[in-house]
Design a protein around this ligand. Sequence first.
Ligand code: ARG
Length: 589
Amino acid sequence: MVESIQNISDDAAGGSIESWIRGAFEKAFPGHDFGAVRVLPATDAKFGDFQCNDALKFKRELGVGNPREIAQKVLAAGGTPDFAEKLEIAGPGFINITVSGAWIAAQLAALAGDAHLGIPQVGAGRRVVIDYSSPNAAKQMHIGHIRSTVIGNAIDRIFRALGYDVIADNHLGDWGTQFGILIKGYRECLSAEERANCTVADLEKAYVASAARAKEDEAWKGACREELVRLQRGDAENRALWERFVQISIAEFERMYAKLGVRFDTYRGESYYNDMMPEALARMQAAGLTEESEGALIVRFEKEGLPIAIVRKSDGGFNYTTSDIACVASRVKDYDPERIIYVTDDRQQLHFRQFFIICERLGYSVKLVHVPFGLMSFAGKAISTREGNLIKLDDLLEEAVRRSLEIVRGRAAASGGEAPSPEAAPATPDQLKLAEQIGFGAVKYADLSHDPATAVDFSWDKALALEGNSGPYLQYAYARVCSLLDKAAAAGASPAAEFDVATVAEKRLALQLLQFGATVRRAAECYKPSVLADYLFQTAQLYSSFYQNSPVLKSEPAVRDARLKLCSLFGQVLAKGLSLLGIETPTRI
Ligand code: ARG
């Protein structure tokens, strides 16, 4: 569900250029609405720095046969704006804009002086709830949970950076029939010792054993159902067990979140909305949304062409749909957010479409957004219990650190440090810390660099590649800038007070840096951290071609210091951008 991406360039470097050209259109052709006029970064340097192709779009409306004529009139009306070095009409009527070095330098200074590094504070005074990660209790997190956690957290960070008041809510799956099976399994399939020091792994084992028994043994199945009924009725003993299971689960999830730098404002799981479900149903009934069918209450979506949704089962129980509707009511009451964003895998799309429609029919004005993501496969194989590659998240993260440690130690050895063999000597705390930063960053970036809507194939080689579009590549680019600035400082050089954009490579990099704020905004508007990841990768590539073409430390002092200033801003933008993806930026690798 991508909302319209309007006026993106308002806050980009092209913003003032866009308002100038819009003004010129209005002067040349009074009485028309030119709100749709856009200025975009030029697709090719030979077209200048920015381009506006809208003369063609308005040909019909303005009744001018040749769009070049429109462009000519627009430029004549616009006069000579301060940013322009050259204004040109090309092809059928494209307006190509080349900006001056002085203008770019002034824009860069404004960016560097901005506490938000050019990220527009469009979210000030606006609240959003982001519902993400949301694993099911009593199960270990596995590789399948990484996407909701990592994508959701990046969206969370991006919205906060835009000034939004974000409530990160973990909608744990902590209620349902599985707890009857689990309580029975806990009592009878675990040893006293396992019960005493119960971990999530033990809970999972108890559940699996009990569910298997229930399949073959009717009496066992009945006993599970009884445990569930007792829990639902508020039986003290079962209630206490359930609470303990949820606590154990959250503690384990938080261990993973700490590694991933993820934190939630609230953990309101499904159970939190239990008592609110009858009221949610009553509201649906009062609004005439439900009808009876085979003893159940259902909602139809004929107009929308969707299958029916059950909102009360024939046994009187509620389900996931009712729970999510009660949840919206509760969030609206407690937080009054302007939107609620849900990050789940794309198999839940129907559920979200249905319950969003119900909320609309109930008259909720809060904007509801589902960000569905594709499944992750591992080295070309689907991830499933059957494939035997249902890797636990904990194991995945541990392996990330182990593999990164090899890289870190390999580099240390190459530069004359200690031996690379992991057996030879234990890693130092610094190496271990660095390996975590690289390893976790690599895992996150491998996910975030893909459009959430697409499936991702994870491979260690791609994730940890030091060349190419990877987390380590970007972290390494950052560390290199830091070491360049350190070297300069050691030689008594420091970034100039003012920017000076002289060469083509400098200009390319500068214009790219000026797009940072607009890019962050666009990533939020389409709920795709990948937009930011792509931008950072391109920026690092532009930096690297600038750096190859333009000596810094060996240049004469004035040039050197101006270049250092640009390098330093690149470092700031890269570090800020990576932090919005939840990726740390060590200064030395
Ligand atoms: N617990 C669910 C799952 O593991 C995700 C919950 C998403 N949030 C929601 N409000 N339905 O698939």
